[in-house]
Design a binder for this molecule. Sequence first.
Ligand code: GLN
Length: 347
Amino acid sequence: MKGFIKLNDSTIFEGEIISKKDFGQGEVVFNTSMTGYEESITDPSYAGEILVMTYPLIGNYGVNLENLQSKRPPIKGLIVKDYCQFPSHHTSQYSLLDYLDQHEVPILSKVDTRALTKKLRIEGSMNGVITTEKDFEVPTSDENLLDSVSTKEIYRIQGNGPKVALIDLGVKKNIVNQLKSEGYDIYVFPYNSTKNDVDKVQPDLVLFSNGPGDPKKAKEAILLAKEFIGEKPLFGICLGHQIISLALGFNTVKMKFGHRGTNHPVMNLLNNKCYITSQNHGYMVEKESVKNKDVIITYINLNDQSIEGIMHKKYPIFTVQFHPEGGPGVHDTTFIFRKIKDLINRN
Ligand SMILES: NC(=O)CC[C@H](N)C(=O)O
């Protein structure tokens, strides 16, 4: 069926809706990974977004549930150049289309994704709608994204190592897996937990996870981080990094089109080592706001010099904007899950 992606400046790109669902609205963002669509479509940080894959052939190795980063795809739609109808991989359990159909996510194929991406790079990410009707008005939504992706109840994944209180703002499975493989004793908490809730398990470290949306909207988590500053070692990944930064009094700003891909170069300013990292974010910590404060910038992005990590000068607080767990992508920085034990020892 003929379909369109219509942006909120009324630009229209034509394609073919190949899924059962023929409608989706959200912020249109692009990801430049050449592989890893299974992980990306199920990364909770994409909740509320329509994902454009710049790699032209998508679906060719099907879907293996083991690779998924959460129980259901949180994306509002997928836009591809060519959908591969005949996937082939020895571990594939479903075709990408069957999997997204099960979860009522629309796929718009045959789109000139290069032109669409150029548009988003020049003018910035914008809201859009996948639709069969050209004159449909692009709506805006004010969904509580954190509520849609966080755990509803506290649960534990037992380990013999230090106790981690993981604040689940939409945590990716690979983060949990990396923590498990380091032996941490993990307690997972809902996004709106209070300090009282977390204190009950007497954690050695509080970890704020990745997650969707504008970090400034995560009011409960910012307050929680604020209350733990100076009291417990803190570690944050992506949204968690932004939330801890806000709790420390810094500012976050929306980026023009974000970083979404698996080959983002970052440099550790403490030892000048470079890493290739996996990333997915549309906001960043404003550089000006951390100047002359009690933190040092540990990592920067080598493409645009933006902040990729900070460390507190007085307290055991460390955060990264990139995704050290990979999934999709490179594993250059998985050592960070070991390194956070230093924060606990420093404490
Ligand atoms: N991966 C993430 O945690 C994303 C953080 C935040 N939602 C952003 O877009 O910047």
